[in-house]
Design a protein. Structure first.
Lengths: 883, 117
């Protein structure tokens, strides 16, 4: 097409240009010639006559050029209007002919709108998280790398030549107290060079100076834009003001701009990381858990990784405090910062991308099928028009316009759908997804959608168009109408429908597995009663509550006053609330089994500090022995309670009561006085129920004064929440209450990610199922219309309506069944990467593997019923006469 | 024969329209008619007729078609459109008002009032 179209067009254009030029020259030469003639008649000789004529005429070439320019501009204008006129005509014609086939138009537009909407939505997500570079200067140079402590940070800065700068940070939370009220905030402790490394500057004020990690100089803080707006009403005079952060006076030195979201968009403040070279113990004991670096220009991530892998093991000997062992630094890694921030979100993105691509393919197949069916239904019309002199190019252009109009309308609706979808998506993304503030319907996304729309339109408009106008004699087609044609169409349509059903089955199986996994997770019994339970985190500043007796008094007051609130049945406190976040996993000495610290102590325990009423409040049954009482305090025998799993693991066959356990360092033996039922601690999917509990009043001296309090209520738990705030504020105004929520919410939040994935994949599966039904309906309608004559003959020969009906429906069922079997087979392969997301169901789950194909066969039978009914209404006479 | 007058741009449009008001003509005959009618008083660079003609065509004041000249040569004929006829009337009126105003000034006997320093 293009090969021969191009020279043809240019010849045409050349011709037009020539004609304009010739006309202008003819016109001007005529004038001059007439004057020469006149001069000659007046008696002048040839050269003089010409000279006189030309003089009279003026600047000949200037005039010629000027006139040529005027005419060429007019010619271009004319051609443009003609083209737009044709286009308008084509579009008007397309719209007219589409309104004459409303069910076709609606099916095609709906299919495209849904597919393009879903794709745009997911691509926006992928674009923001995966493709858009991080919003920092030279983002390709930014990496995250191995490292645990300030000691390593200093070593890396000194020795790692690949990076021009290295910074460290860790998440933290702290109380902000401005004298009016105290609030718990999430923030980040960062090495002073972090902002310089990211080349980020403050919105107002400044970022950290190089020496603000030195001892005595860390009493400064930078606020996030959100906190500044919310808490300080965007007041610029906060710079230089002092606030209490965890009880110590700290000066606000800067506010970051709204788009600065490092490491997360919920980071409300940044504090400098203390780096004290003289304090060797704290240098190697921790300080920062995440390291980022800026690579030197020209250095690759791979090169930096190689250098770090050489270097890291050598730091083992720089640590003069303890020997981290021979494996230290063996798995040191460098990753691009973008990839590492994405972390576990990447496979989810890939899954969603895979789903929408499947939806898109199904939609394209559908549209292709619909257009194919429509084109063959219009074969006679097209052939007639071709015979009447409609040029092939013009016919193709018309069909193409029609499919582009479909694609355009579908695309426009799709973009609207996706805009709503993106808003929903951002609101329901599970916690831990980075850069949510950057997710939007961007120019890139729109370009992607537009390209997708156009491609769909051209690809599926062109195929039937070429087919319909292909060389086979128009006259013959016009004469013979439907007879004998469409056998090729049959096969293509049947294959398309089988492929479409297979893909839809694949998606529906995936969705069903995810739905059933989610159901299994929801049904998991955490080992305590979830309903009517209010939880709240109490976080006194450690500086204010360094004294254990003060902490005891605080919680004593809060718990006794909360217990007196109307509607409250029991109250308790716990160091780490189960399910909400991973429970502290400590190491333990066990008398007679693991006493020597040099041996590996058992370490996958959950260790919690609880108040006496904890088990009652949580409704955790006590199996043997007793619960803690108020008599278990600092002055009495140290005691502990273990879970049934723990008892079974360390004292199998024997009795745990009376046995003794202890903390690893400087701790007395604690006697086990009770065994309680198992509880899932880290998450609903936690497989270890090995737990040990210690009484609140006997907690370790180093324990932080932060606890979660629990209220078991008789009625609606939300009523209690407000009174609880008043109680805590009344006991100590400077102690903030955070994460006030019901246990139901805690469970729901812990399931947010699988729920999110399930909802999206489920939505796509429903779309696929719907599109599959539309596709089957379209193809069966087409097949029936193709075989009208055959049906007529059958009916004429005595076939009953039910027989014809069965024939059509059976055909649809066979097509869908074939597709479903292929889809099930594909699912076994394609679902493998999904395994990590499944819980309690296997890929080969018989219920799923059986139910989904049956569902599709039923859908196919229902979808083919209307066309089948149409087939039975065929009057033999009409069909026979029609040909 | 009096001194030739330089042709004023803008007036050329008016002259072409007026010429064509007698019927379709080709460029040469337009030039000749102008020359004959004005007794060669207006010095016209004949070439400048043509860009003006083509621009008038753009404005849809005139239309053109190819035809045969008196001496049987292919020539481009121009014809006034209805729009062109209306424009001719309007422009002629403007021209007369202009000429009248200039004439009044030139034939005036009143001395201008002296401006105060």
């Amino acid at each position: 097409m293009a090969k021969e179209g191009n020279p043809l067009w240019s010849r045409y254009r050349h011709l037009l240009r020539r004609r304009t030029t010739d006309d202008v020259q003819d016109e001007l030469r005529f004038h001059v010639d007439m004057r020469i003639e006149e001069a000659r008649r007046a008696g002048l000789r040839e050269p003089d006559a010409r000279a006189a004529a030309l003089e009279r005429f003026g600047r000949y070439t200037d005039v010629e050029n000027e006139v040529l320019n005027i005419d060429r501009a007019r010619e271009r204008r004319r051609r443009r209007t003609e083209w737009f006129g044709d286009l308008r005509q084509d579009v008007a014609f397309a719209i007219r002919s589409l309104t004459h086939a409303p069910s076709f138009a609606i099916a095609a537009v709906a299919t495209l709108a849904i597919a393009i909407g879903a794709n745009t939505m997911i691509f926006s997500l992928v674009n923001a998280l995966l493709l858009q570079p991080l919003p920092y200067a030279e983002p390709q140079q930014l990496v995250s790398m191995w490292g645990y402590s300030t000691g390593e940070l200093l070593q890396l800065r000194e020795h790692l030549r690949s990076a021009s700068d290295i910074a460290a940070y860790r998440a933290t939370s702290a109380n902000l107290d401005d004298g009016a009220s105290a609030e718990r905030l999430d923030g980040s402790v960062v090495s002073a060079n972090l902002f310089a490394l990211l080349r980020a500057s403050a919105r107002i004020g400044r970022t950290f100076a190089a020496d603000e990690g030195d001892r005595g100089k860390t009493d400064v803080v930078i606020l996030g834009n959100g906190l500044w707006q919310r808490r300080f009403a965007g007041d610029s005079s906060v710079i230089g003001r002092r606030v209490l952060i965890d009880g110590s006076s700290t000066m606000i030195i800067g506010v970051m701009p709204a788009d600065f979201a490092f490491p997360t968009s919920t980071t409300d403040f940044w504090k400098p990381l203390l780096i004290d070279r003289s304090d060797v113990v704290s240098l190697w004991a921790g300080g920062a858990s995440h390291f980022i670096g800026r690579l030197r220009a020209g250095t690759t991530v791979a090169a930096a990784r190689r250098e770090l892998q050489q270097l890291a093991p050598t730091f083992r000997h720089a640590n003069t405090i303890w020997d981290p062992g021979p494996m230290y630094g063996q798995h040191a890694d460098v990753q691009s910062l973008q990839a590492s921030m994405l972390g576990g979100t990447r496979p989810v993105l890939m899954l969603l991308l895979g789903c929408v691509v499947v939806v898109l393919v199904i939609a394209c197949v559908n549209v292709a099928n619909l257009l194919l069916a429509r084109a063959s239904a219009r074969e006679r019309e097209l052939a007639v028009r071709a015979a009447l002199g409609g040029g092939r190019g013009r016919l193709i252009r018309q069909l193409l316009t029609e499919s582009l109009v479909l694609a355009g309308v579908g695309g426009a609706i799709g973009v609207l759908l996706s805009a709503a979808g993106i808003r929903w998506l951002v609101a329901s993304l599970p916690a831990g997804v980075p850069r949510t503030n950057e997710i939007a319907l961007s120019g890139t996304t729109l370009a992607f959608t537009l390209g997708l729309t156009m491609l769909t339109g051209v690809a599926f408009g062109l195929l039937p168009a070429l087919r319909a106008t292909s060389g086979r004699g128009g006259g013959e087609t016009a004469r013979s109408g439907r007879t004998g044609r469409g056998v090729g169409h049959h096969r293509i349509s049947s294959m398309l429908i089988i492929g479409e059903v297979a893909l839809a089955v694949l998606l529906v199986i995936g969705a069903e597995l995810l739905v059933r996994s989610f159901g299994q997770m929801r049904r998991l019994d955490p080992g305590f009663r979830i309903d009517h339970l209010v939880t709240a985190r109490v976080t006194p500043a450690p500086a204010n509550y360094a004294d254990a007796s003060k902490t005891n008094a605080l919680y004593g007051a809060i718990l006794s006053r909360a217990a007196a609130l109307p509607g409250v049945e029991n109250v308790a406190g716990v160091s780490d609330l189960p399910i909400a976040r991973p429970v502290y996993a400590g190491v333990l000495r066990i008398e007679g089994q693991f006493e020597d610290m040099k041996h590996n102590l058992p370490s996958e325990d959950h260790s919690q500090v609880v108040t006496p009423d904890y088990f009652t409040t949580m409704r955790i049954p006590i199996i043997r022995g007793r619960a803690f009482t108020d008599a278990d305090h600092g002055g009495t025998q140290p005691v502990a309670i273990v879970s049934q799993s723990m008892a079974r693991r360390f004292w199998p066959g024997g009795d745990a009561i009376g046995k003794r356990v202890g903390y690893p360092w400087e701790s007395p033996w604690m006697t086990i006085v009770g065994v309680v039922a198992d509880v899932r601690s880290d998450s609903l999917r936690d497989t270890s129920a090995v737990s040990v509990y210690f009484p609140f009043l006997q907690r370790a001296k180093t324990a932080r004064p932060e606890f979660t309090i629990l209220l078991r209520t008789a009625s609606d738990p939300t009523i209690v929440e407000r009174s609880l705030r008043a109680v805590v504020a009344d006991v100590d105004r400077a102690v903030p209450l955070s994460e006030v929520r019901t246990m139901d919410d805690v469970i729901a939040q812990s399931l947010a990610k699988p729920r999110f994935i399930m909802l999206l994949v489920g939505a796509f599966a429903i779309v696929a199922l719907f599109l599959g039904a539309v596709g089957i309906y379209g193809v069966m309608s087409y097949l029936v219309s193709q075989r009208m004559q055959e049906m007529g003959i059958r009916m004429a020969l005595g076939a009953t309506a039910p027989a014809v009906l069965t024939m059509v429906v059976r055909r649809a069922a066979v097509l869908a069944g074939t597709g479903a079997v292929i889809g099930v087979a594909a699912a076994f392969v394609a679902m493998r990467p999904l395994r990590a997301l499944l819980f309690g169901v296997s890929i080969g789950d018989p219920l799923t593997v059986l139910s989904v194909p049956i569902l599709f066969v039923i859908v196919a039978m229902v979808a083919s019923f209307v066309p089948a009914l149409r087939a039975t209404r065929v009057s033999p006479v009409t069909v026979l006469r029609a040909d | 024969m009096s001194r030739p007058v330089e042709f004023r741009q803008g007036a050329i449009e008016l002259l072409i329209l007026k010429t064509l008001s007698w019927g379709p003509q080709h460029g040469f005959s337009i030039a000749r008619w102008i020359q004959d009618t004005t007794n060669d008083v207006l010095r016209l660079e004949e070439g400048s007729l043509y860009p003006t003609l083509h621009r008038l065509e753009d404005k849809h004041w005139v239309e053109s078609h190819w035809g045969m000249s008196e001496n049987n040569r292919r020539a481009k004929f121009y014809e006034l459109t209805a729009l062109g006829r209306k424009e001719l009337a309007a422009e002629a009126k403007d021209w007369w008002r202009y000429a009248e105003a200039i004439g009044k000034v030139l034939t005036s006997t009143a001395k201008p009032v002296q401006a105060q320093g």
